[in-house]
Design a protein around this ligand. Structure first.
Ligand SMILES: Cc1cc2nc3c(=O)[nH]c(=O)nc-3n(C[C@H](O)[C@H](O)[C@H](O)COP(=O)(O)O)c2cc1C
Length: 167
């Protein structure tokens, strides 16, 4: 089994140790290797390490207080002009975000995925703050840092949620 999948947890408290540009680049590389419908690769990224902007995110998102401690954040937007359909845009960007999170674990980092779309107020806040053009829909923002305390790994396998069809 891929251990990063089980080690990944949402972490909301971080140390002051910085996250390097190389680590963030590896996360972005992983994100951009996600599958996408019709291979549209319609994801777009804004990388934030500036303290004042990280703090500001905690004010424009109702459930992102962890940004006050995060050392970096990656805003993931969808270019709806490129997406096969809007729905596929959500799916493709979700796959990219999950890759970001798993590579972060591989880099020894912790993350928390904060949802933006489809909440209209959050979309509008992030559009304004990051001066996104109309074709870009902000989908989610990922807080990144070194965990203050490690969280237990978990295995949520539940046979009740599986049908082994004609097996
Ligand atoms: C689409 C999406 C939106 C989320 N939004 C938030 C959020 O706004 N704030 C937050 O603290 N956690 C957010 N989370 C993290 C979930 O709360 C977390 O994944 C869930 O509780 C399971 O815990 P785990 O990530 O440790 O497995 C979000 C997760 C997803 C997938």
């Amino acid at each position: 089994m891929l251990q990063e999948i089980f080690d990944r947890r949402s972490v909301r408290h971080y140390t002051e140790e910085p996250v390097t540009r190389d680590q963030l680049t590896e996360m972005l590389r992983a994100a951009m290797n996600a599958p996408s419908a019709k291979n549209c690769q319609e994801w777009r990224f804004v990388v934030i390490t500036d303290r004042a902007t990280l703090d500001r995110i905690s004010e424009i998102h109702p459930f992102a207080k962890m940004m006050l401690q995060a050392q970096a954040a990656i805003l993931v937007s969808c270019d709806m002009d490129l997406a096969f359909t809007d729905g596929h845009g959500y799916l493709d960007c979700g796959a990219a975000i999950e890759n970001l999170l798993l590579e972060a674990v591989h880099q020894g980092l912790s993350t928390c995925w904060c949802g933006i779309a489809p909440m209209v107020d959050r979309i509008s806040n992030f559009r304004m703050e990051f001066e996104l053009p109309g074709n870009l829909v902000p989908m989610g923002i990922v807080a990144v840092g070194h965990a203050k305390q490690s969280r237990d790994r978990k295995d949520q396998y539940d046979p009740e949620k599986v049908v082994w069809w004609k097996n």
